[in-house]
Write a protein that binds this ligand. Structure first.
Ligand code: DX5
Ligand code: ZN
Length: 214
């Protein structure tokens, strides 16, 4: 069973509530929320106030991907905004262990994300405590980029790291360039959660796009 997580990065930001309702109707399992601060990545999106506002318009759970510096400063706000998964980048956290603990203490699920060039082995120490490993299959910052093939090996490496750590409940999420052409390889490599921005919001029929990924 895979979960399909449409990323609103490719949605019409002037009509976000309608866009979210559209993919909810289309069968989305999570709404993937890309927070970008213009520092960790060269792009700027939205923060906690927009997420709080959106919460009223959908019952689909929220999966927040923090491409920001100092992600620990967002945790309380995200909890109040009704987020289920909070995923922080390994590269943005000097104290990754502490940030994961803070997310858990706030009552949310914690994910650790890796840029394409960051090895899976960098999560060896925290693999037993995470609820998600997010493998970035493009360099973060923008939608519509091309899938980087070597990240397929990282999906397999993440699965064996979780198994070795005795973590049988954490999921592996793959984000970037997932579409009808790449989805099969991503699933075969062992992904549980598939993020898709342009492949869903760029399609006229979002229901069909979600069904095609599933
Ligand atoms: C990129 C974001 C992704 C993005 C994916 O930095 O983290 O979630 O929306 O977009 P696509 O699916 O178009 O590659
Ligand atoms: Zn993302």
């Amino acid at each position: 069973m895979v979960a399909i997580c449409p990323s609103i990065l490719s949605a019409d930001f002037a009509r976000l509530a309608d866009e979210v309702k559209d993919v909810e109707k289309g069968g989305a399992d999570y709404i993937h929320l890309d927070l970008m601060d213009g520092h960790f990545v060269p792009n700027l999106t939205f923060g906690v106030p927009v997420i709080s506002s959106l919460r009223k318009y959908t019952s689909t759970p929220f999966d927040a991907h923090l491409m920001v510096e100092h992600p620990e400063t967002y945790i309380d706000g995200l909890k109040k905004a009704g987020v289920t998964y909070v995923t922080v980048h390994q590269e943005a956290c000097i104290h990754l262990d502490r940030v994961i603990q803070q997310i858990h203490e706030a009552g949310m699920k914690a994910g650790a994300a890796l840029n394409p060039a960051t090895p899976v082995s960098s999560l060896e120490c925290v693999a037993g405590m995470v609820d998600m490993i997010l493998i970035m299959s493009v360099n973060p910052g923008f939608g519509g980029q091309k899938f980087i093939p070597y990240t397929l090996d990282k999906i397999r490496a993440a699965r064996s790291l979780l198994t070795k750590s005795g973590n049988t409940t954490a999921v592996i999420e793959v984000d970037g360039g997932v579409n009808s052409k790449t989805v099969q390889a991503v699933r075969e490599a062992g992904a549980d959660f598939l993020v898709a921005g342009s492949a869903v919001f760029g399609a006229k029929d979002r229901t069909a796009a979600i069904a095609a990924l599933r």
